[in-house]
Each structure stands twice: as structure tokens, then as C-alpha cells.
Design a protein around this ligand. Sequence first.
Ligand code: SF4
Ligand code: SF4
Length: 96
Amino acid sequence: MTIKKLGPEELLALDKFSVDEGNPHIIVDKVICAKCSARECLIVCPARCYRLKNDEVNFEYVGCLECGTCRVMCSGKGVTSWNFPGASFGVTFRCS
Ligand code: SF4
Ligand code: SF4
């Protein structure tokens, strides 16, 4: 049997998401984030849900892997609410 090594992007592409439209499980306060200089979220999120655009941190909960890293690492308290998605929503991890 041959085992194919996959990179992070390929592994992420295997995951399946059921999105609870209009009901984000993580709330990020843009006003607070505007005052944050550390911006750990841009570095630590494995799914790149936090992105910098025009020097502003944008957050998109679609694609979140529910790892909780941003909740722990956010030093500026911009992550004002963090919950797991409701039943039947969120990520399903799949192996190749
Ligand atoms: S819980 Fe993990 S994957 Fe989801 S936004 Fe936070 S760091 Fe990213
Ligand atoms: S680390 Fe926290 S407060 Fe700072 S930009 Fe990211 S989410 Fe906002």
C-alpha cells in the first residue's frame, strides 16, 4: 500500500463544513481589533479565518476548524464570544 503525504492545504480541502448561516459561533469585535497591535490571530489560526485587509483584521467563521486557538491566544480581547457550532453544524474532519 502506498501512503501519499498531503500538505496542509490538501488536508484542509478534505474537511467538510456545514455552515450555520447568519449565526456565527465566534464573534470578533472589529473596534477592539483596530486597537490591537499584537494580532496573534493572523498567525495562529490554522484555517486562516483571520486575514488582514487594508490594515484591518477581518474574520470569517466559515472554514473554522474549532480548535480554540484564537480564543486562547487573542491578547487584545477582540474575540468576545467563542462557542462550538450548534448540533449538525461545523466541521467534519475526513481522512484521505
Ligand atoms: S477556533 Fe481555530 S480554526 Fe477557528 S477561527 Fe479560531 S483559531 Fe481559527
Ligand atoms: S489578536 Fe484578538 S484583538 Fe487582536 S486583532 Fe486578533 S482577534 Fe482582534
